[in-house]
Ligand binder design. Structure first.
Ligand code: SF4
Length: 473
């Protein structure tokens, strides 16, 4: 069970990144637009962030470790120049160490002049691409696949960024949403399966691209549409021009966990409201997997909407069972197993008066390792709950993800080799029930894309290049 981004230390999966780009018809403080856009995407990555600005055929950038508000304090934002194009990135590391060198955007001078690239996702064939580039004498500054992407685009360019992107994308396998900036073009790219999200919006004469619609709202932009799987959208002085990669599969494979957990509840992805999907999950849990109880509650924040849906459908009153500490900062946001063990009590606390003597249903979005679920159940019991029944808004996670989410081996997963009864026993719950895969897809029925369900059924759009990493040990 987990909280949103802040819960990262104890038991969760993590989104890799968020990307944002703006193309303005005039020179102005575009870095500010990116700053506010990244602020809205902060939940997608808290380790590092950066903004690059294109101005007068030049490019300037700033990157740092930490939250957007931390990195761009002390005049760092003001120091960026005015310009007409800018891109930004927030990062959580799923590949490559948590280090400033690995922060994005990646800015380099290549065949298209100054170029900046920001990436959300994870390539599964990074090793072979990297080997190809090393045999061309490429020297890597970072350990991330995003640098491989940048170099590939440059390698396959003939001086035209679109050519480089098209040819490089033909080589990429995996999930990638990109924003690429030259000194006169902004290009947004969504991988051929549409695994990661990307939307287009407009604010006055500015075009905006972003990982989620909540970032469009944050900068006052109007949503135009989602990028289609395999789309390469070029924004320049000619306006918008859309191109498509060759061989875009007929069936898309958008990551369903974006709707379950990663995305903000106020975002809409490919036609599906995140809020509605979560509410529906709670409703289905009540209707199909209900249990007699006095109160229902949700693990803050991402499961609260589902818990309200459960309450409405069941008639069982919704009561807050857990209070979250909203002031835990970056100190706790490190992907370090050692830190995961003892921070729950700092992150949240049980509301004793609300739950004492009560039979409680606690809703959560998903369970990865189970360590946090166990602690939460214990915390609720110690606070006086008579019974603790856990209901989960997704199916059992049985397989790892190699497409940009930080759950990489079977060993990490409590559900890899356990059924519901066994999981309930491990976490100390009176009962646990999960949505089925069919139920989960039903919660997202307004989406106009098909879904990747790999972590539930083991069927991924791309196999992993590093298969050993995913085997049961
Ligand atoms: S395996 Fe799971 S978490 Fe990974 S992309 Fe597919 S649905 Fe998303």
């Amino acid at each position: 069970m987990f909280l949103r981004s802040e819960k990262a230390p104890f038991d969760s999966m993590h989104e890799e990144c968020g990307v944002f780009g703006v193309y303005s018809s005039e020179t102005r403080n575009v870095a500010y637009t990116v700053y506010y856009g990244l602020y809205a995407l902060q939940h997608r990555g808290q380790e590092s962030c950066g903004i690059a600005v294109s101005y007068n055929d030049k490019m300037d950038y700033y990157k740092g470790m930490g939250l957007v508000s931390e990195v761009f304090s002390s005049g760092k934002l003001e120091a960026l120049p005015e310009g007409d194009i800018a891109i930004g990135h927030v990062r959580y590391s799923t590949t490559g160490a948590s280090h400033l060198l690995n922060a994005q955007p990646i800015v380099f001078t290549g065949k298209c002049g100054k170029t900046a690239v920001a990436h959300n996702g994870n390539l599964v064939n990074t090793k072979s691409l990297r080997d190809e580039l090393i045999s061309d004498n490429a020297v890597f500054q970072t350990t991330i696949d995003s640098e491989v992407i940048a170099y590939m685009i440059n390698k396959y360019s003939d001086g035209d960024i679109l050519t480089g992107i098209k040819r490089a994308c033909a080589k990429f396998r995996g999930s990638y949403c990109l924003v690429v900036m030259t000194t006169n073009q902004l290009v947004a790219v969504r991988d051929p399966y549409g695994i990661r999200p990307m939307v287009l919006g407009k604010s006055l004469d500015d075009y905006i691209v972003a990982s989620e619609t909540c970032a469009l709202d944050a900068v006052g932009a109007t949503y135009i549409r989602d990028l289609k799987p395999g789309e390469i959208l070029v924004i320049d002085s000619n306006g918008l021009t859309s191109y498509f990669m060759d061989d875009v599969p007929k069936k898309s494979a958008s990551c369903i966990f974006e709707l379950v957990y990663f995305a903000r509840a106020d975002s809409v992805m490919d036609g599906q409201s995140v809020y509605d999907a979560r509410k529906m999950a709670g409703k289905i849990l009540a209707e199909k997997y209900g249990v007699e109880a006095d109160i229902v509650s949700g693990v803050p924040d991402s499961a609260v909407v589902a818990a309200r849906g459960y309450s409405e459908a069941s008639g069982i009153p919704y009561v807050e069972a857990l209070a979250k500490n909203r002031y835990v900062g970056r100190t706790f946001i490190q992907p370090d197993q050692a830190m995961r063990e003892n921070v729950l009590n700092v992150k949240m606390n049980a509301l004793r008066n609300n739950i004492q003597g009560k039979r409680l249903i606690i809703i959560d979005d998903s369970i990865v390792r189970g360590t946090t679920s166990k602690k939460i159940v214990r915390m609720l019991r110690e606070a006086g709950a008579k019974e603790v029944h856990v209901r989960i808004c997704s199916p059992i996670i049985k397989h790892p993800c190699h497409l940009g989410i930080d759950m990489q081996t079977y060993n990490q997963l409590i559900g890899a080799y356990r059924n519901e009864e066994q999981i309930a026993k491990v976490i100390g719950a009176d009962s646990i029930r999960y949505l089925s895969i069919e139920d989960l897809v039903e919660t997202c029925k307004c989406s106009n894309l098909d879904f990747c369900l790999g972590c539930f059924n083991g069927q991924y759009p791309y196999p992993s290049e590093e298969t050993d990493k995913y085997k049961l040990e």
